[in-house]
Design a binder for this molecule. Structure first.
Ligand code: CP
Ligand code: NVA
Length: 334
């Protein structure tokens, strides 16, 4: 099966057709099965990739590193501060140097325009490992996880995103659901809703696919009949700590808790891209507990640990899906 992404960048979900997205999910499932069966798949032997991280990461970095090695590639990782990029060398120059040495470049950082510029000046595929506006590699893992739980197909499934509905993950989910013919609901306060221009684009896509995009402040309306309830942290990387007080005030009514899950279908699943503040066992979590008196934020510990929660399958699927993205963009189309 040719996905038609050979030599292409992977920058945002708007760039992909529904067929390409389905192809990536199918390829992810195949590569996952091969890994589980212990079947070698060093399809990209001899190639080299570089991973640029201007923001921290556990899953995305591990996924690119393990997937790259499983595919037979050499993998180099550069953290913030360990390269010249941004301080002594522009994005354009960095791109023109790195593409002379590597076959693919991953970038995690701030504005979407940075990864787009990197791609413009690079002659090899560039993969967006998260920007302030989008998180496209996360989407293929999420769809794989959804498919594993709802094998009947994506069309018609209702996915509710609770909380900070204007962050990178929410933006990408809205577009992804629209492309897959799913019903996307953003549930949160008016202050944290996705940008109207992106909502409009997603709605236009949904008209074609039979999906829909709804914005609502009502948890009951949003979660009733939901198949998937999804949330993310209330303050994203790059936002100042001082914003926590305001976000807690705005977003506390949108915590995923037993009541929200009770509105959903009995077979509904809970997803979260992670990391998550479901308890106070982290430095930031402990600081928030001390300052604001709350230990559970976007999701309660009970929901996070429940049988409906598929967050660790989802985290594992990051690796299989990033492998598929690299394979589809680096291998020649058959
Ligand atoms: N979900 C996700 O991107 O996790 P990391 O920030 O750990 O990469
Ligand atoms: N919205 C989160 C996602 C982390 C994977 C952030 O940008 O920090």
């Amino acid at each position: 099966m040719s996905i038609g992404l050979s030599g292409c960048d992977f920058l945002k979900m708007l760039d992909l057709t529904p067929r390409q997205i389905r192809g990536l999910v199918k390829l992810s499932a195949r590569l996952k099965a091969m890994k589980k069966a212990g079947e070698p798949h060093r399809f990209l032997e001899g190639k080299n990739i570089v991973l640029l991280f201007e923001k921290t990461s556990t899953r995305t970095r591990s996924s690119f590193e393990v997937a790259g090695r499983d595919l037979g590639m050499g993998v180099v990782c550069m953290d913030e501060g360990s390269s010249q990029m941004g301080t002594k060398e522009s994005i354009a120059d960095t791109a023109r140097v790195l593409c002379r040495m590597y076959d693919g470049i991953e970038y995690r950082g701030y504005g979407q325009e940075l990864v787009e510029e990197l791609a413009e000046y690079s002659s090899v595929p560039v993969w967006n490992g998260l920007t302030t506006e989008s998180h496209p590699t996360q989407m293929i893992a999420d769809l794989l996880t959804i498919q594993e739980n709802f094998p009947g197909g994506f069309e018609g499934l209702k996915l509710v995103f609770m909380g900070d509905a204007q962050n990178n993950v929410a933006n990408s989910l809205m577009v992804t659901c629209a492309k897959m013919g799913m019903h996307f609901v953003a549930c949160g306060p008016a202050e944290q809703m996705p940008m109207p221009s992106l909502v409009e684009k997603a709605r236009m896509i949904a008209v074609e696919t039979g999906g829909s995009v709804t914005l609502t402040p009502s948890v009951e309306e949003a979660c009733t009949g939901a198949d998937i309830i999804y949330t993310d942290i209330w303050v994203s990387m790059g936002e100042p700590f001082e914003i926590w007080g305001e976000r807690i005030r705005l977003l506390s009514p949108y915590q995923v808790n037993a009541q929200a899950m009770a509105y959903a279908k009995p077979e509904a699943i809970f997803l979260h891209c992670l990391p998550s503040y479901h308890d106070a066992k982290t430095k930031v979590g402990a600081q928030i507990l001390e300052q604001f008196g709350i230990a559970e934020m976007e999701v309660t510990d009970a929901v996070f640990e429940s049988a409906q929660s598929k967050v660790f399958d989802q985290a594992e699927n990051r690796m299989h899906s990033i492998k598929a993205i690299m394979y589809a963009t680096l291998a020649s189309d058959k």
